[in-house]
Design a protein around this ligand. Structure first.
Ligand code: ZN
Length: 142
């Protein structure tokens, strides 16, 4: 005869260990593996590694897609437009002076922010077990 406790334990859903979202996103922001924080997350500017060199975490399931680019546009746009309006409000610069200042700043800020934002996005996906980052749980059910 089985007890109620034994029945509940036998049919309880698999409890996955919780992953800290802020820590994973911070590690990704710094270009480190969201799981261990030791290995590099990127093998080139925007191409993530297949597996972490330190903990062998699989990063092929990441699907950052266009989110890092959208976030970069939103952040850089708000900063550059606010600065442009502040400078324009203080003193009038010629249109060419504005172009000479804001276009390079926009390009440099975008290039500087894209990789960290992509790393944070991958950290977010890993911590929330999105896409294929939940392979371990799926294998336990089979
Ligand atoms: Zn790692």
């Amino acid at each position: 005869m089985t007890t109620i406790t034994e029945t509940v334990e036998a049919h309880a859903p698999y409890v996955r260990p919780k992953r800290k979202l802020s820590e994973a996103m911070k590690r990704g922001l710094l270009g480190r593996c969201p799981h261990c924080g030791e290995g590099k997350l990127f093998r080139s500017y925007l191409r993530p590694v297949a597996n972490c060199s330190a903990c062998n975490e699989d990063y092929t399931p990441q699907r950052a897609d266009d989110l890092p680019a959208y976030l970069t546009v939103v952040i850089v746009g708000h900063i550059v437009v606010a600065l442009f309006m502040a400078v324009e409000n203080v003193g009038g610069l010629s249109l060419w002076a504005h172009l000479a200042i804001w276009v390079p700043i926009t390009i440099l800020m975008s290039l500087a922010m894209l990789q960290p934002i992509k790393g944070a996005t991958i950290g977010l996906q890993w911590a929330n077990r999105m896409h294929g980052f939940d392979k371990g749980a799926q294998q336990e059910f089979i």
